[in-house]
Structure formats: structure tokens, C-alpha cells
Write a protein that binds this ligand. Structure first.
Ligand code: ADP
Length: 261
């Protein structure tokens, strides 16, 4: 049985197709999200060259900020539930999750059997989210995919005091004009994201293992800053941008199996 998870976020569109609720048969990510061509393009990409077609899918769960615009989905499930399911499948020892996406950040506490015990979310402010990093990457003229390397070249971490993205951007411009090494500023920017994101984690409790997911987990500099803030190791989920879509495909399998039973 093939089931599909479609995660339409604010910044990216993701698809995972599972066979029998355990094997990934196709997956895709397109770096634009809800309200764009992303949802259509990610579906085309996922099935282009795959051994199966869309007609083979028996049940689809949509998640993410744009989940209610996925008209071919059988049902919609919140990102919190989907990330919880995806992470529990990938890392059964996970007890705390930090998910940093394009427009929000979430901290989730999981029980031993993967149930969500508590969660908190910041979707009101760009601080501590991917958006903050997107703005800083542009100002610093360092592509997002190179922010990690730049971070590890820092000699010391600059202090970015403003949490507000607009004020922090001015602060970064001012540091640049003072001739501060860009790598030092990158590390300071990551420290700012880490401090804001970890404040969510402190509210749900930091229990090992701590697992990070979401697009920002691809930025090794941000992960390093979070580990320094927490003073402990963080496990980065495999394919961290896809954990919501994976969880959605797993939950689709559960829903369909229940229908059959
Ligand atoms: P959403 O689900 O809200 O659309 P994602 O989980 O896809 O968001 O995360 C998007 C964020 O991931 C972007 O804002 C960006 O900061 C970060 N990101 C995306 N690709 C990369 C990359 N290759 N390297 C570092 N960071 C990335």
C-alpha cells in the first residue's frame, strides 16, 4: 500500500511517499511554499521518474501552513503531530524536538511511545526562525548553504543584541561597516537564533535525546550554536526538511489501515 505525506510550508513544499508505512519510495523538496508554484512542482518532481504514479496512492495526508490548500488530500493533520510521528519513526529515542522552519519555530516534548506531551510555537515573530537567517544571509552576502562553513571560520562570535529582525539587520549592517569579520557576524547571528529557539525548548523541558528538524537543521552553524546554548549534543534528523511530510505519510498509512480494518 502506498501512502503520501504532503507538507506545504511558508518557505518550501515537501512530499514523501511510503510503501507499507515504512519504506520511502519517492520524495521531493521545492524551495518555495504555499501560494506559489511549489505544491504543483513538488508533486511533479516526486513522481517524475518514480516507479509509481499518483493513481497508486491510496491515502494522502496534508500538513504545514498551507495544508488546507491541498485539495487532493484525504485529510489534514497539524505539523506538530506530523513532526512528532516523523521524528519518532526516525529516532525512537527522541524526547525533545526543536523544529525551525521558514516562518516559525516549535519545541515538542515526546513520550517514550512517541505521543506529544507538550509543545510551544513561535509563529508571531521572525526572530529564531529561518526568515531571520534568510534576511541575514542576504545582508551578509553569504548563501544560506554556506552559512555553516562561514560559522566555523569565526574567530570570535559577534554579539547581536536585538532579537527583532529589523533592528538586528541594522546591527549587522553596522558591524559590517565597522569592518568586523563576516564569519564572526554569522556566528553571532546563529547564536541569536539559538537563544530564541532554545527559549521554546526550555519551556517544554530539555530531555535527551534532543532532535532537530526543519530546514534550518541543514545549517550546521545554527546546529552548533544550539548545542552551545543547550550545552549538549543535538541529533539532526536525517533529511530534516522532510520530517513533517514523512510523519504525514506515516499517519496516512495508519488512517488507511484503520479504514481497512
Ligand atoms: P517551512 O516548512 O516553514 O516552509 P522549512 O522547514 O523548509 O520551512 O525551512 C525553511 C528554512 O530552512 C529557510 O528559511 C532557510 O533558512 C533554511 N534552509 C533551507 N535550505 C537550506 C540550506 N540548504 N542550508 C541552510 N539552511 C537552509
Amino acid at each position: 500500500m502506498y501512502t503520501m505525506g504532503v507538507d506545504i510550508g511558508s518557505s518550501s513544499s515537501k512530499v514523501v511517499v511510503l510503501k507499507d508505512g515504512k519504506d520511502i519510495v519517492t520524495k521531493a523538496v521545492v524551495q518555495v511554499g504555499t501560494g506559489t508554484s511549489g505544491p504543483e512542482r513538488v508533486m511533479a518532481e516526486a513522481f517524475d521518474g518514480a516507479d509509481i504514479t499518483r493513481e497508486d496512492i491510496e491515502y494522502t495526508v496534508a500538513t504545514g501552513y498551507g495544508r488546507f490548500n491541498v485539495d487532493f488530500a484525504d485529510t489534514q493533520i497539524s505539523e506538530i503531530t506530523c513532526h512528532g510521528a516523523g521524528i519518532h519513526f526516525l529516532v525512537p529515542s527522541a524526547r525533545s524536538i526543536i523544529d525551525i522552519g521558514g516562518q516559525d519555530a516549535k519545541a515538542i516534548r515526546l513520550s517514550e511511545n512517541g505521543n506529544i506531551q507538550q509543545f510551544v510555537m513561535n509563529d508571531k515573530c521572525a526572530a529564531g526562525t529561518g526568515r531571520f537567517l534568510d534576511v541575514m544571509s542576504r545582508v551578509l552576502e553569504i548563501p544560506l548553504s554556506e552559512m555553516g562553513d562561514a560559522h566555523f571560520k569565526a574567530e570570535e562570535w559577534s554579539f547581536v543584541s536585538s532579537t527583532c529582525t529589523v533592528f538586528a539587520e541594522s546591527e549587522v549592517i553596522s558591524l559590517l561597516s565597522q569592518g568586523v569579520k563576516r564569519e564572526n557576524i554569522v556566528a553571532g547571528v546563529h547564536a541569536s537564533v539559538a537563544s530564541k529557539a532554545c527559549s521554546l525548548l526550555y519551556r517544554v523541558g530539555v530531555n535527551e535525546d534532543v532532535v532537530m528538524c526543519g530546514g534550518v537543521a541543514q545549517n550546521e552553524g545554527a546546529v552548533d550554536a544550539i548545542e552551545k546554548e543547550l550545552k549538549q549534543k543535538v541529533i539532526v534528523a536525517p533529511d530534516p526538511q522532510l520530517t513533517g511530510a514523512l510523519g504525514a505519510a506515516l499517519l496516512a498509512y495508519r488512517e488507511k489501515s484503520r479504514d481497512i480494518a
